[in-house]
Design a protein around this ligand. Structure first.
Ligand SMILES: Nc1nc2c(c(=O)[nH]1)N[C@H]1C(S)=C(S)[C@@H](COP(=O)(O)OP(=O)(O)OC[C@H]3O[C@@H](n4cnc5c(=O)[nH]c(N)nc54)[C@H](O)[C@@H]3O)O[C@H]1N2
Ligand SMILES: Nc1nc2c(c(=O)[nH]1)N[C@H]1C(S)=C(S)[C@@H](COP(=O)(O)OP(=O)(O)OC[C@H]3O[C@@H](n4cnc5c(=O)[nH]c(N)nc54)[C@H](O)[C@@H]3O)O[C@H]1N2
Ligand code: SF4
Ligand SMILES: [Mo]
Length: 676
């Protein structure tokens, strides 16, 4: 039997067709009938069946007893947790219990929906999430410029120029804006217009683009500033600027130094290529600039987002047909939230007790503050909502030793993996094929104002329970209501998801088979209306002007971030080619006399990685990469640090770090063989 579903791994949310034989998943394929993905799917989505049946699924709750993780009953695990968390709150107050929302919890809508109520019931301010190891700058700079953390994307079918900066949607599915069926979408863009890619790597997206500009890491802001400068001389949309923006003259002063020569020197892009780029932008008029983790994880994150927004504003593209639009959401309905525009600094309050300097973003503390919070005794328990926190966090060593000091580390997982066994309590949740769901968490990243629904495909294996049930039941045992209106004794998964399905722009039918509900293709004008309340877009927020003056130029060799096709952060589809290694460009390998498979040391300011070199012809000279998500020796977060933080967002830099690469030598100075 074949049943339709949708994938809940990345923001592309591809339609899937799941072939079943009773409770056995035979295979998973892309759904040709999906209006979003039109049959497209990737390895990760198609692996859902094998993942479901894997031998290392976490199927029974586990708890640490005398140092070892042992299987226990749900009652024992939850009662023990409830007692310990209650005691910690009584002794140290609610902030001693921290929450972390990780990658495995976002796409479980029933769990995601209850987190705000759970936090409120716990009364804790210690709320952390992937946001502060991923995308802080987009939110903060959005608030500074537009009064709201908007994440614009192309107006499919109408936008004639799309600029991708530090994002590789063909592999990733998009950062904060989904790109479904990427090859097809890019063909449509390039048929009617132009796609330009700025990336130090010849990415899979660059290979399908009209033009690829190889930028030196962290210098894209200079290229964008050069465009803004040129447009303010000729080609800007002055009607739009007069109606919707402020501080045009201040912006003109800021970008004045970015002449073609200066921008070329900084970015490494030849001056005649910059001329072509400016000519293309003038020719196309409206455009969309989309960026990803190559930008958001870098020290130049804020400046690049600022210049991206400035370019969309100067060309009269932002919130305009044929330019870039921001999805206000099917469920979350940002335009109806009624928030006033943010102040020029963004909505910020002091950070946690040990790190007040690390200010909040969207009411959350930043992950970089967590080690200090734990070591100072302010945080004694961590409720880890499915993050692989040994690999995803900056300064892996420091994080690990801090996490070891926790009295309670509760992890909700689907796998009996390293993080589950590092915890004090590991609780098995349903995997994506086992749960009924709607597309809630990544709602505003959707390419239309739309929603998807899927029933569960197969029953839960072992004793895995619904995520919402686990959390709601924990609250009840603590005498708290983590999920008001939901009774875990009487309500089913279907009841809980049906409530969420009623909260969108249109009611969703959650009673039967998978469906796609389109409320409206796109919504325009709401961002402009919001910005009008503060006198129009702020083109030159002072904190960004100040940061621009302090930015350091890139060094000779820079570590960059990038994603792999068959791996989703820490989650891997087994593959012979995507092996842990230090990925080095042909030129950098040659200069150091390195050959494929040889051992080398990659040394940063804060740590080092010694391992095998893999020569990667897609990398440009001066750029090295260790993909994130690997444990142990190849954990790239051995090179990042909670001491290298963005002064505005408090986010640790995980891309564009200055590094040195040397061939491994032994203590006598002779070249050593690769260690066995
Ligand atoms: N150096 C460096 N560090 C980075 C990054 C980088 O590029 N470089 N990227 C950063 C970014 S952008 C992010 S978002 C984070 C991501 O890092 P994490 O938040 O750790 O996300 P994942 O590794 O995707 O998934 C975490 C866990 O979810 C579990 N899981 C999988 N499916 C399910 C499910 O259906 N239900 C439940 N309950 N759990 C499930 C997996 O087994 C896994 O252990 O890492 C960040 N860290
Ligand atoms: N296959 C796969 N898909 C994923 C994930 C995954 O791990 N694997 N993770 C998911 C998650 S959590 C996220 S947040 C999204 C991220 O989605 P994307 O941001 O699209 O992620 P990446 O593919 O890492 O793309 C980052 C790009 O930035 C480039 N880059 C690095 N530094 C610079 C720079 O200074 N300037 C420029 N111009 N480019 C630079 C890199 O070469 C790389 O091509 O992907 C999601 N989808
Ligand atoms: S692109 Fe993303 S949503 Fe689509 S199948 Fe792959 S992981 Fe799933
Ligand atoms: Mo992410």
């Amino acid at each position: 039997m074949k049943r339709k579903s949708f994938c809940r791994i990345c923001t592309a949310l591809c339609g899937l067709e799941v072939e079943l034989d009773g409770d056995e998943v035979i295979r998973v394929n892309g759904d040709r009938d999906s209006p979003l993905s039109e049959g497209f799917s990737c390895f990760k989505g198609r692996y859902a069946g094998e993942l479901h049946h894997r031998d290392d699924r976490l199927l029974v709750p586990k708890m640490r007893k005398d140092g070892a993780m042992v299987e226990v009953s749900w009652d024992e695990a939850l009662d023990d947790l409830a007692a310990k968390l209650t005691r910690i709150i009584e002794e140290s107050g609610p902030d001693a219990v921290a929450l972390f929302q990780g990658g495995g919890s976002y796409m479980d809508s029933a769990a995601y929906a209850m987190v705000p109520d759970m936090r409120k019931a716990l009364g804790t301010k210690s709320h952390y999430s992937d946001m502060s190891i991923d995308v802080m700058s987009k939110g903060v700079v959005g608030e500074m410029v537009a009064g709201l953390g908007i994440m614009p994307r192309a107006d499919f079918g109408r936008t004639r120029m799309v600029i991708y900066v530090g994002t590789n949607p063909v592999i990733s599915g998009g950062h904060t804006s989904m790109l479904n069926n990427p090859a097809q979408r890019l063909r449509e863009f390039t048929d009617g217009g132009e796609v330009w890619v700025l990336d130090p790597r010849r990415t899979e997206t660059a290979m399908k683009a009209t033009r690829h500009l190889v930028t030196r890491p962290g210098t894209d802001y200079a290229v964008l500033a050069f465009l803004v400068r040129g447009l303010l001389e000729e080609g800007a949309d002055w009607d739009y600027l007069e109606a919707h923006a402020q501080d045009v003259d201040k912006l003109r002063g800021v970008v004045a130094p970015y002449t073609r020569e200066h921008a070329a020197r900084l970015s490494g892009v030849a001056a005649d290529q910059l001329d072509d780029f400016l000519a293309a932008v003038r020719r196309q008029g409206r455009l969309s600039v989309e960026s990803g983790t190559g930008i958001s994880l870098s020290p130049a994150a804020n400046l690049t987002h600022w210049m991206s927004l400035a370019l969309m504003i100067v060309t009269g593209s932002l919130d305009q047909e044929g330019g870039a639009w921001a999805n206000p959401g099917f469920f979350l309905k940002l335009e109806q939230m009624g928030l006033p525009p943010a102040p020029e600094e963004g909505w910020r309050t002091p950070g946690p007790a040990s790190r007040p300097d690390l200010r909040t973003v969207a009411g959350e503390y930043v992950c970089a503050a967590l080690p200090d919070e734990i070591e100072s005794g302010n945080v004694r328990a961590l409720i880890n909502l499915s993050g692989h926190i040994l690999t995803c966090m900056p300064d892996a060593g420091r994080f690990k030793s801090a996490l070891e000091k926790l009295e309670v580390l509760m992890t909700v997982e689907i796998l009996d993996n390293t993080i589950a066994n590092f915890s004090t309590h590991a609780l098995p949740a349903k995997d994506q094929l086992e749960r009924i769901d709607v597309s809630l968490a990544v709602d505003p990243s959707f390419s239309a104002v739309a929603a998807q629904f899927t029933p569960a495909m197969v029953p839960a294996r072992g004793e895995a329970r619904s995520y919402w049930w686990i959390l709601t039941e924990l609250g009840r045992r603590m005498g708290m209501d983590f999920n008001p209106g939901v009774d875990p004794d009487t309500m089913t998964d279907a009841d809980v998801v049906a409530r969420i399905g009623q909260g969108g722009r249109l009611p969703i039918d959650t009673s039967g088979e998978a469906n796609y509900t389109l409320a409206q293709d796109r919504i325009f004008g709401w961002v402009l209306e919001h910005a009008a309340k503060m006198g129009g877009f702020r083109l030159a927020p002072q904190p960004l002007v100040d940061q621009l003056a302090e930015l350091e130029p890139p060094s000779d060799l820079m570590l960059i971030s990038r994603r792999l096709l068959k791996q989703h952060n820490s989650r891997k589809v087994p593959d012979k080619k995507e092996i842990p290694a230090i990925y080095v460009s042909v030129e950098d390998a040659a200069e150091r006399g390195l050959i494929d498979g040889e051992t080398a040391t990659l040394r940063g300011q804060h740590g080092e990685i010694t391992g095998e070199v893999k020569i990667d012809p897609t990398l440009s000279r001066g750029v090295v990469n260790v993909p994130h998500g690997w444990e142990g020796q190849y954990n790239v977060n051995n090179l990042t640090s909670v001491h290298q933080l963005d002064p505005i967002t408090g986010m640790a830099a995980a891309s564009n770090l200055s590094v040195e690469l040397t061939r491994l030598r032994n203590s006598q100075g002779a070249e050593a063989l690769a260690p066995a």
